[in-house]
Ligand binder design. Structure first.
Ligand code: FES
Ligand code: FES
Length: 199
């Protein structure tokens, strides 16, 4: 006999780091609790549990969200990326590598959220999104220089109780350089291949 419909629980499928995970959740379950308590994805951390610290940051369809304020049910059918999913196999994401290179942490509790946020910052910046400290808001001005002030503003939703901010800012700046360099190399490679093909 089919289980009686429940007004409290539903079975949902979450797409997390490219894999579908089906689970039954209480409708009040936050995405953070579903990830940590039900699916053992403990990268996202519970700091404040009220949307203030950013420790629980994950990417939802590429946009950063604080997963403690997101209901798991509302994330069904949307691509969720946690810190466990930002690397490309064994190859670290440029942001992860930069955090290692620049010691962008002390205790590390805030780091998964910082890294997810920084990954989104690079994409938002490349897409030309301004921040609250961007001077020139004209569309034709393009992305503003990713200065320390821009980075601090764009990362301001992620608190670090160890105050590793100077290293975090350097790490994000380095990751932005590395990403821009990799994109330039890819474009150069494409140009070379086109040129070779047309000889
Ligand atoms: S635990 Fe989600 S913002 Fe602090
Ligand atoms: S490294 Fe400890 S809270 Fe940020």
């Amino acid at each position: 006999m089919a289980p009686a419909p429940s007004s409290t629980y539903s079975t949902i499928t979450l797409n997390i780091n490219g894999e579908d995970c089906t689970l039954s959740v209480d409708h009040r379950t936050t995405l953070l609790d579903a990830l940590r308590e039900r699916l053992s994805l403990t990268g996202p951390k519970k700091g404040c549990d009220q949307g203030q610290c950013g420790a629980c940051t994950v990417l939802l369809e590429g946009r950063r969200v604080v997963s403690c304020l997101q209901l798991a049910m509302a994330a069904e059918g949307r691509a969720i990326t946690t810190v466990e999913g930002v690397a490309d196999g064994e190859r670290l994401h440029a942001v992860q590598q930069a955090f290692l290179d620049f010691d962008g942490y002390q205790c590390g509790y805030c780091t998964p959220g910082q890294i997810c946020s920084a990954v989104a910052v690079l994409e938002e910046h490349a897409a030309g999104w301004p921040s609250a400290v961007t001077d020139d808001l004209r569309p034709e001005a393009g992305p503003p220089p990713l200065t320390p002030e821009e980075i601090r503003e764009r990362m301001s939703g992620n608190l670090c109780r160890c105050a590793a901010y100077p290293s975090i800012v350097k790490a994000v700046a380095r990751a932005a350089e590395a990403t821009a360099g990799a994109e330039a190399d890819t474009a150069q490679g494409t140009t070379t291949k086109v040129a070779e093909a047309s000889v």
